[in-house]
Write a protein that binds this ligand. Structure first.
Ligand SMILES: [Zn+2]
Length: 173
């Protein structure tokens, strides 16, 4: 088990489109395991590879309610195929923005194509909280952060706070 270092915003890697995964070798599989370790260790429900400093189109998630059976999912090279007209607001958090929660409006359901860890093609309809989570993580793979859904002013305030938070972290090391 290895828990990887999280990248906190603002950071270049978090604003870039991640590279497609070309081969699912042992290294990639170990990396996916490390992503799960990192997500669970930090009490997250989702994690995208750029958040641990890897420019790869990989996301992991587990939106199962606490005290219920784990439901880990890994999506490689995911693509949103379609989404519902209906939209919903959820309060979202992000491991790259510790302590910040924002209300974001998104389509309530999405259909996604992706490869699983064995390289098999999947098509899956995501609903409810899983839909929120998967859309948030897919955004990370194209360098979009959840602060982009709120007003410019609010975004600037949060990014300033994050800069302070990062300086504080560096000083403590
Ligand atoms: Zn996030």
């Amino acid at each position: 088990m290895s828990v990887l270092d999280l990248i906190f915003a603002p950071a270049d890697i978090l604003s870039k489109t991640a590279n497609k995964v070309q081969n699912l070798d042992k290294t990639t599989k170990k990396f996916v395991n490390d992503m799960f370790d990192t997500m669970y260790e930090n009490n997250g429900v989702g994690l995208a590879a750029p958040q641990v400093n890897k420019s790869l189109q990989i996301l992991v998630m587990d939106c199962s309610p606490k005290n219920e059976k784990a439901n880990p999912k890994v999506l490689i090279n995911p693509k949103i195929k379609s989404f519902s007209q209906e939209e919903k607001i959820y309060e979202e958090g992000c491991l790259s923005f510790p302590g910040h929660y924002l209300e974001v409006l998104r389509p309530s359901e999405v259909k996604i194509n992706y490869l699983d860890l064995n390289g098999k093609e999947n098509e899956e309809l995501f609903k409810g909280f899983e839909s929120v989570c998967v859309q948030h993580e897919i955004d990370h793979l194209s360098g979009t952060l959840f602060v982009e859904y709120v007003s410019r002013l609010k975004r600037q305030i949060i990014l300033k706070k994050m800069q302070k938070f990062k300086r504080f972290k560096v000083n403590k090391k």
